[in-house]
Design a protein around this ligand. Sequence first.
Ligand code: 5GP
Length: 120
Amino acid sequence: GRGPYDPQNIFAKILRGEIPCRKIYENDHALAFHDIAPKAPVHVLIIPKGAYVSFADFSSTASDAEIAGFTRAVGQVASLLGLEDAGYRLLSNMGVAAGQEVPHFHIHLFGGAALGPMLH
Ligand code: 5GP
């Protein structure tokens, strides 16, 4: 991994309610909200509520219930936003090479337009 989880990262503050977000969906294990700097007409972030830096942390450490809750949240967001027919893209940046800015594991959901071959 890349060191311990930083409880002062921006998504930890959103989870604690210390800074606001435009929430779309929430369950016991995940929160989904609009990205503050959207890179597509629809740009949503889905994050687990637990303290995980990377997908490796999440997939190896989270409980089955957390993994299920997070995975279902991703599907729920796509469904709630009516993207199943038009399509959408899921993306997750991990670490230095991918330019991960926020060290709390998250998945980006992009939609609302024809998406190019890559979107960071
Ligand atoms: P990463 O590069 O870590 O995969 O992406 C982090 C994402 O978080 C970026 O798309 C960025 O715009 C978004 N972001 C950063 N700070 C905030 C914030 O305070 N609120 C929200 N809603 N999104 C944020």
